[in-house]
Design a protein around this ligand. Structure first.
Ligand code: SF4
Ligand code: SF4
Length: 329
């Protein structure tokens, strides 16, 4: 997929739609590319060998800006494995002390990394909402996508989280799971798949969770390489474009979110970050602004990859965007 702005904006124009930011509610922080896993579909190209991680000084500047931005409600941590960054826990605690909701995009197996023995307790004590990758309830599919042995470890991690209350009714500790397709197709209908996941995980493993988010694979970095290598790129690109759903556009996550890179650069979303498309098309960093609110009502830099967010039922870090999906997963 070419990262050309023309196709997506032309499509929006056909429908008389224009995408800009409204009022910021979420700051998504990419803590860096270090990860204990090396998944086939990773759009970050993260892995155990990566050294690009956020510094404590950059984390401090985020806290300054959060303090100056009253509209922010959620701080959403991603990576890599954000928990492996030494600045993660302090940044979580300070965000919570500002009264903000904190979400951790957790790969689950990080709970078993040496030195992270107390991570579950830390997340619980800070009422961190966990959004965990679990691309299937079948061992074979998960291990194919995320690596051998990952399914069993993920099940153990979910059991550990359930044991302290995560995902259990009445605990107030939220545990959501994320599904993404194992191949070049769109996700299934989110609500239907959630029911299937709940049944399978409860009956086979005694696991509970709150909600399932279905997410479309973005043709960026490792997933793009895979599509190109297997000759599926053009077909996948056409699939995303043909499945354009104008009803998703109002809810695109970039309308209420901005993304902070590990080095303090700012982007309209994590995908744009990976493509190095700066926020609104202009290079800005945490040190160029006094409040994140400066981006309210600002423009959003789009590209052909944006069709990944508008295909079928739509896709965002919070799952599908409409109920009128065209999923075929
Ligand atoms: S997909 Fe997530 S868990 Fe897998 S390598 Fe990328 S950042 Fe790590
Ligand atoms: S890829 Fe980013 S900028 Fe494009 S529509 Fe999706 S969230 Fe918005």
């Amino acid at each position: 997929m070419q990262d050309s702005k023309i196709d997506f904006d032309d499509k929006l124009r056909q429908y008389g739609i224009y995408v800009n930011r409204t009022t910021l509610k979420t700051i998504q922080i990419n803590m860096g590319k270090l990860c204990n896993q090396f998944c086939a579909h990773c759009h970050v190209d993260a892995g155990p060998g990566r050294t690009e991680i956020m510094s404590a000084e950059t984390a401090d500047q985020i806290v300054n800006l959060l303090t100056n931005t009253p509209s922010i409600e959620i701080v959403d941590f991603t990576g890599g494995a954000p928990e492996l960054n030494p600045a993660f826990r302090s940044l979580v605690a300070r965000s919570r002390s500002l009264g903000l909701r904190v979400m951790d995009r957790c790969n689950l197996t990080v709970l078993f990394v040496k030195g992270q023995e107390d991570l579950t307790a830390f997340l619980k004590d800070n009422s961190v909402e966990i959004v965990a990758s679990m691309p299937c309830y079948s061992r074979e599919n998960v291990d194919t996508q995320r690596g051998k042995g990952i399914f069993d470890k993920s099940i153990d991690a979910l059991r550990r989280l359930n044991s302290v209350g995560y995902g259990r009714e009445g605990s107030g500790l939220r545990l959501d799971l994320v599904y993404n397709p194992g191949g070049a197709f769109l996700p299934s209908f989110q609500e239907g798949l959630e029911k299937q996941y709940k049944k399978e995980l409860r009956e086979k493993f005694g696991i509970d969770f709150n909600h399932l988010y279905t997410i479309t694979n973005m043709p960026i970095k490792r997933w793009k390489d895979y599509l190109e290598h297997t000759g599926q790129m053009e077909r996948y690109r056409e699939l995303l474009i043909c499945a354009f759903n104008p009803e998703t556009v109002d809810s695109l996550m970039c309308r209420t979110l901005i993304s902070v890179g590990w080095d303090g650069r700012l982007y309209d979303c994590d995908f744009n970050q990976m493509l190095e498309i700066p926020i609104g098309g202009h290079c800005r960093t945490l040190w160029d602004i006094e409040s994140f609110g400066e981006f309210n009502q600002g423009s959003i830099a789009t590209g052909t990859h944006c069709f990944g967010c508008t295909a079928g039922a739509g896709s965002s870090c919070g799952g599908s965007l409409t109920f009128k999906g065209m999923g075929n997963g």
